[in-house]
Design a protein around this ligand. Structure first.
Ligand SMILES: [Zn+2]
Length: 143
């Protein structure tokens, strides 16, 4: 862990000896193809934004019938596919986006030590899935 006045940087690495499940078929695998570093933003601590430099594995799927040849392991509670924020930080950003949307949301997030453009906040708002609701039904016999 490395702390400066304006950033807290955490360097971490997933373990080599634990299997990771293929996202397509669920088969656990330990067969490592390669490693690469992800940079994931997390919730601010002590008034400083947090960046986690996380070394993750690309693994081969060991199931010959699976459509996936390789996959990237995900760390529960920390990474999600294609996301550069932890789920915890994304919940904060989503809540601010729902309450304030674009420019006002970006201003509040900068107070919370997360610099995002108004367009990025709006983009987060547009990606939030709406809760499923039953389709309204018209009672039979009404005109
Ligand atoms: Zn698979």
């Amino acid at each position: 862990m490395e702390a400066s006045d304006d950033l807290l940087r955490i360097t971490a690495r997933t373990r080599d000896d634990t299997p990771a499940a293929c996202p397509a078929c669920g088969q656990p695998s330990r067969w490592v193809h390669s490693r690469y570093e992800r940079h994931v933003a997390d919730e601010a601590v002590g008034g400083r934004p947090v960046v986690i430099d996380l070394s993750v594995r690309r693994l081969y799927c060991e199931n010959p019938a699976c459509e996936k040849v390789t996959f990237i392991e995900q760390v529960s509670g920390l990474t999600r596919r294609y996301q550069r924020r932890t789920p915890a930080l994304q919940r904060v950003v989503d809540a601010v986006a729902i309450a304030l949307a674009g420019s006002a949301g970006a201003r509040l997030l900068s107070v919370l030590h997360h610099v995002l453009s108004w367009a990025c906040v709006l983009n987060c708002l547009m990606r939030i899935t709406l809760p499923a609701r039953p389709a309204p039904r018209v009672p039979s016999g009404s005109t």
